[in-house]
Design a binder for this molecule. Structure first.
Ligand code: AMP
Length: 473
């Protein structure tokens, strides 16, 4: 098979947030709020599917949660159970058809699905199914799960799901909504987070606990790696569908992706970890400076940690405009630094003639850092700019659900730190070491660090190795 056949799929990497509730009279309203609190996990589109015990009703659109769901629209989602999804994908996969929940009618009724993560063997499964006549509605990897469930010869719904989940491989935190039940499942490695809670006697599931906080739900526990939890009118039932002796929680959830006020992966506070990353970074790469500033928002907790440890004063030297949408109109005449200024602007009074330490969570292509350093120097008037990154160099693309570009585009995959420093025009540049990162998280052996060490915990199907070759070289 020609390699080009695979190319479109590179773009279909998803960062997503999911939420579900069973047994609550305001199921769709709670799901709306849950998605609102998980908006950072995806801004491209969102959807809610609610069930009144008979029919599954669905509403979804491109855009932000608060813009999509008017009161009128939420009224079209009646029932005591609901699941919702926030989606982000890169341009190639961007269409309403890919916005979840996906819904399907099959021989045993109707089922909706919401998925956070990325399947690594969806393409061969899809081709196999297509060769047998299956028709796909979307280009999302998630749709193969629905097809496999519909085709399963098992007689029970749970058994159909278990059979399916044993066939797919990769990262998946999933919510299924049927007419009479809500089912949650997490891949055997537990790559993406998924938590279980309760509110007013109803069970709720969410990617992160920040969703629980908004609706006043209480955290019960994480859905375990390889676990299926089924909630119906008789209560909650749980079992392990696959026993992997290796956990691979995504370490990047702590570094960038999850909200700092969330508790994930065994109820560890994201903010605490980020703060510790900053402290460790300061221990590893102290520099004489006047002020420590974060790249907001993701660099804030680590910059506070860096400041505490280094005893260099912390302040907000860059102000972020929180209202930047995707639709702003670029000026026809070029304005200096426009691209970055629309989002960030330096506080000249804090930076002028200062030696500035700038803390960010990661460098991907290097373009953001380059613009920021230039702006701090030219607009802010800084004397020296020292870039500090609270993660190791990003050298490997993610195939498990974080939207990182191909290997060639990752600047650290082909450049030395000194070369990157020159490129971003900083006076000094330092990253956190991998050992330093691992020293901060509890039970570091339970984490996937593939983006920093190229050690991919979930092996790829043979055909995928072909793609990797293409990406890696
Ligand atoms: P770059 O300009 O490509 O080097 O991007 C680096 C910036 O992107 C950093 O400020 C990060 O906070 C942010 N970032 C890192 N990973 C991601 C991601 N997966 N999606 C969106 N932004 C990211």
């Amino acid at each position: 098979m020609s390699r080009d056949v695979f190319l479109p799929f590179y773009n279909i990497k998803e960062e997503c947030g999911i939420f579900g509730v069973f047994g609550h009279p305001e199921a769709s309203n709670l799901t709306y709020l849950g998605l609102y609190a998980l908006q950072h996990r995806g801004q491209e589109g969102a959807g809610i599917c609610a069930c009144d015990g008979d029919t599954l009703h669905i509403e979804k659109s491109m855009g932000l949660v608060a813009d999509i769901f008017s009161e009128k629209r939420l009224k079209r989602l009646p029932g005591f159970s609901a699941i919702g999804h926030n989606r982000y994908s890169t341009a190639g996969g961007s269409s309403l058809k890919n916005v979840q929940p996906l819904i399907a009618n099959y021989a045993y009724g109707t089922i909706a699905i919401a998925h956070n993560g990325n399947l690594i063997n969806a393409e061969p499964i899809r081709r196999e199914l297509e060769s047998q006549g299956a028709i796909f509605q979307s280009s999302s990897d998630t749709e193969v799960i629905l097809h496999l469930i519909a085709r399963s010869q098992q007689s029970q719904k749970i058994a159909k799901i278990v059979e399916t989940l044993k066939k797919v491989s990769g990262a998946f935190s999933l919510l299924f909504l049927g007419q009479n039940e809500l089912i949650a499942a997490r891949d055997p490695f537990g790559v993406r987070p998924l938590v279980l809670g309760s509110v007013d006697g109803a069970y709720v599931f969410a990617s992160e606990t920040s969703a629980f906080d908004l609706i006043g739900a209480e955290y019960i526990r994480d859905v375990e790696p390889g676990e299926i939890v089924c909630v119906n009118k008789n209560g909650l039932e749980s079992f392990i569908f696959s026993n992997s002796n290796k956990k691979s929680f995504c370490i990047f959830e702590f570094i960038y992706f999850s909200r700092p006020d969330s508790y994930i992966f065994g109820h560890t506070c994201v903010n605490t970890i980020r703060n510790e990353l900053g402290r460790q970074l300061a221990r590893e790469s102290m520099i004489d400076a006047d002020i420590v500033i974060p790249v907001p928002d993701s660099g804030v907790p680590a910059a506070i940690g860096y400041s505490t440890e280094s005893k260099i004063r912390f302040d907000f030297g860059l102000i972020r405009n929180h209202y930047v949408g995707r639709t702003f109109i670029e000026p026809k005449q070029s304005i200096r630094h426009f691209g970055v200024k629309i989002k960030l602007n330096p506080v000249r009074d804090l930076l002028k003639n200062k030696k500035v330490v700038v803390v960010d969570d990661s460098i991907v292509r290097g373009t953001t850092s380059k613009k920021i350093v230039k702006m701090i120097r030219e607009v802010g008037g800084a004397k020296e700019v020292h870039m500090r990154i609270c993660s190791p160099p990003t050298i490997g693309p993610c195939f498990y659900g974080i939207d990182t570009p191909t290997r060639q585009e990752l600047i650290a995959s082909s450049h030395l730190i000194e070369e990157i420093r020159k490129y971003i025009t900083a006076d000094t540049l330092a990253y956190l070491s991998l050992e330093g990162l691992k020293s901060v998280v509890p039970n570091p052996e339970n984490y996937c660090t593939a983006c920093f060490d190229n050690k991919y915990p979930i092996s790829f199907p043979v055909e995928k190795s072909d793609q990797l070759e293409l990406i890696f070289t």
